[in-house]
Structure formats: C-alpha cells, structure tokens
Write a protein that binds this ligand. Structure first.
Ligand code: ATP
Length: 204
C-alpha cells in the first residue's frame, strides 16, 4: 500500500495545499494521504495562529475527499515533532506501507537542516513540488543531488509538477486582518468557518 504524508502548519489550509495534495494522490496512485497538522505550543497561539482544534477542523473542511485522512499524530504529541519520529511511528502503524512524503520547494530546500534526513529518506520517498516560479524542478534536483547524492542515486527523490497556485497562509491571514475577501483562496467551507469564528480578525 502506498501512503502519502502531507504535513504543515495549515494556518489556514488553502487551495494551494489542496492543489498539490490532489496532484500527489493521483500522480503516485496513493491509497490515501495523511494530512498532518503540526503541533504548536499554546503560548504561541495568538490572533495570527489558530488553535490546533481550529486547524484540524479547517483541514477537514479542505481535504474533504475520502482519500484524505486528517491525522492527529503530531498535534496530539504535545511538543515539537520531528518528521523522523513521525515516520517511525507511522511505520509501526502501517508496517507494509511505502511512504511518500510531500513538500513544497521551500521546505525541500531546508531538508539538510532537519533531524536525521538520511534516515528519513530511508523511510520514505521525498516528493517535492514547486510553489511559484521562484524555483524550477531542476533547481530542486540540483539541491537533492548536491546534499543527498546517495539517496538521489537510489531514487529516493521524486519531483512532481502541478501548475502552481501561488498562495500562502500568510497571504490569507493578512487579507482577513485587513478586511479583504479570501474567496477562491480557501474552500468556501473554510472561509465561512474563519469568518464565523472570527479567526485572524482580531490582532489588536
Ligand atoms: P505560511 O505562509 O504561514 O508560512 P504556508 O502557506 O507556507 O504557510 P504551510 O502550512 O507552512 O503553508 O505549508 C505546508 C506545506 O505545503 C509545505 O511543504 C509548503 O511548502 C507547501 N505549500 C504551501 N503553500 C503551497 C503552494 N501554494 N503550492 C505548493 N506547495 C505549498
């Protein structure tokens, strides 16, 4: 069974996230994709950082296809989660799975700073995609080849092109804060949820 993993702060999840998650599901013929919101310590919760409950709920309202499963594996861990630990735990839950780990270009380019990246690359294939025209797939290949030559040779990296939707959670929070609409940037259900709950509105 091929299982996709897509982690993020998802503060909030947006159409750019959904776009790559859908492409990921199809291109790698995954049985499912685990959507994993990261834990953020309560003292960091602020008007610009929604609570984990709100982020989980907004993920449900974004990744609504049944092939997506919202996972609390990191948000319940209460403390900083390292991908290497999350993958180890998932390997115990799904001992026969082949894991595919999805990241945007900005995240891939930090891989050498993660805890134990070589071990991560043994446990999953790293799938990266571009977010905008700041980078090309060949930039990502160059990076992987330079920093992780062995894993690159062993096909532990995959590069996925889906026409990018240039958007970030920061853009959305800023728009909400300044009273602008966010239609078509998040799902309608997330937009309604944000406005009904007043998330990101009050930054005084
Ligand atoms: P923020 O603006 O708050 O930093 P973000 O939009 O980058 O948030 P994250 O939740 O940090 O969102 O991103 C989770 C993952 O999704 C990362 O791997 C990131 O590279 C990727 N990603 C985010 N936005 C896009 C996008 N528009 N297109 C492709 N990948 C994206």
């Amino acid at each position: 069974m091929k299982i996709g993993i897509f982690g993020g702060t998802f503060n909030p999840p947006h159409i750019g996230h959904l776009n790559i998650a859908e492409g990921f599901l199809k291109e790698f013929e995954l049985s499912k994709v685990l959507i994993i919101p990261t834990y953020v310590p309560p003292h960091k919760i602020s008007p610009s950082l929604a609570s984990v409950e709100d982020r989980l709920k907004m993920c449900e309202l974004t990744f609504s296809d049944e092939a997506f499963e919202i996972s609390e594996i990191e948000s319940q861990r209460k403390g900083k989660s390292y991908s290497v630990d999350t993958l180890t735990e998932l390997g115990q839950i799904y001992p026969d799975a082949d894991f595919y780990f999805l990241v945007g270009d900005d995240m891939l380019l930090t891989l050498h700073t993660w805890r134990n990246p070589e071990h991560i690359l043994e446990m999953c294939k790293m799938v990266s995609t571009i977010r905008s025209d700041s980078y090309t797939i060949s930039d990502l290949e160059e990076y992987a080849k330079a920093y992780f030559p062995e894993a690159f040779e062993n096909d532990r990296f995959e590069f996925m092109y889906v026409p990018p939707i240039e958007l970030s959670s920061t853009d959305i929070r800023e728009r909400v804060e300044s009273g602008e609409d966010i239609k078509d940037m998040v799902t309608d259900a997330v937009r309604d949820y944000i406005f009904a709950r007043g998330i990101y509105c009050d930054r005084t």
